[in-house]
Design a protein around this ligand. Structure first.
Ligand code: KG4
Ligand code: ZN
Length: 344
């Protein structure tokens, strides 16, 4: 079975082709991505209307590209998958509309995928794929969640952010430091030249005894600190960036360890854009190595949004028999869609 996947929930258009065969995990045949970062940069963040229009421009050329790279004709596609949510409504509608139109034209069924399930399963495409069950730390621009994953579609929420997401904390702090958009990678880059212990920043909910997160206070602390520094800020920017990164990473690592201890699991998967953060990887790897816990990540190019994870999630759901593709083409998107709603 060949699945074409389309991702268009935010500011990346992604298209990919996966194939299910005898192998337990579907194989990625080809994937292509267009990032809108350059376009949104001038506005300091994602402009939803511009995002939708750009997805429309990009999605079919990207689909042609992956089909050509994989050496397949469009008629070889058995199922068309798309991101149904969560995300920007207009952007989601582009992927859903194109997927349903393709499905209808090809007389092939379609399947709407949960974006976070895509992130969650993306490490299965890596050279070191996980095995079920595992703890998942989902850290993206819109979500920060710890989950217990027992199988495809079997997701139990253990804790989540009560305000900003980890990626949002990176992005908002970066903005305060004048680092532009997207802030996460820019802040991480600057942090490499700074001292993570230079400023004592809050680690909210670190000792709350549960697995929830809170990052809104951190952004306020960064603002207060930068105001205090005044003209000195420029010279101390790298230190403040490093201290901010350290605070975020510290909380993510400690809460992940708490989730592992509480569940007795020996395996953790890190997914979502913030999973590309080097400090997070280094510290989580070190802490888990001490405890004999295996850590799995998606390949670096599949950490942020992409079509491969959408095609993969669709293929794995179909393989596991937890969902069927449909030929009704009555697409609807879900801009807000808690992952628990698709959990068995
Ligand atoms: O998963 P993703 O591509 O999109 C969402 O579904 O949100 O995640 C994007 C987020 C942004 O907040 C971005 O700043 C952050 O991931 N990010 C990083 C890094 N790379 C991306 N944050 C910290 N360090 C990085 N290296
Ligand atoms: Zn994402």
């Amino acid at each position: 079975m060949i699945v074409l996947g389309i991702e268009s929930s935010c500011d990346e258009t992604g298209v990919a082709l996966v194939e299910t065969s005898q192998a337990p995990v579907p194989t990625l045949l080809a994937h292509a991505l267009h990032s809108q970062v350059d376009m949104h940069q001038a506005y300091g963040g994602v402009v939803p209307e511009l995002a939708s229009r750009d997805h429309i421009r990009r999605v079919l050329p990207l689909a042609r590209q992956v089909l050509a790279e994989a050496g397949h004709a469009v008629g070889d596609v058995d199922v068309v998958a798309y991101t149904r949510g969560p995300g920007l409504a207009g952007a989601l509608l582009v992927g859903a509309g194109v997927a349903c139109a393709l499905g209808a034209a090809l007389h092939k069924p379609v399947l709407g995928v949960h974006h976070l399930e895509g992130h969650l399963l993306s490490p299965f495409l890596s050279a070191d794929p996980p095995e079920f069950p595992f703890i998942a730390l989902l850290v993206s621009g819109g979500h920060t969640q710890l989950m217990q994953v027992d199988g495809v579609g079997s997701y139990q929420l253990l804790g989540e952010t009560i305000d900003d997401a980890a990626g949002e904390a990176f992005d908002k702090s970066a903005k305060l430091l004048g680092l532009g958009y997207p802030g996460g990678p820019a802040l991480a880059r600057l942090a490499e030249q700074g001292d993570p212990k230079a400023f004592k920043l809050p680690r909210p909910l670190l000792h709350s005894g549960d697995l929830d997160f809170s990052f809104a206070g951190l952004k306020t602390a960064v603002l207060t600190q930068s105001r205090k520094l005044g003209p000195e800020l420029e010279a101390r920017k790298a230190d403040l960036a490093a201290s901010t990164e350290a605070a975020i990473v510290d909380v993510l690592v400690k809460k992940s360890l708490a989730a592992l201890a509480a569940s007795g699991m020996q395996r953790i998967v890190v997914a979502g854009g913030v999973g590309a953060n080097r400090q997070l990887r280094a510290q989580l790897n070190a802490a888990c190595a001490q405890r004999g816990v295996r850590v799995h990540y998606p390949e670096l190019d599949l950490c942020t949004d992409n079509g491969a994870m959408i095609a993969l999630a669709a293929a794995m759901r179909l393989q596991a028999g937890v969902q069927q593709a449909t030929a009704t083409y009555a697409f609807d998107v879900k801009p807000r869609w808690p992952l628990q709603e698709i959990a068995a």
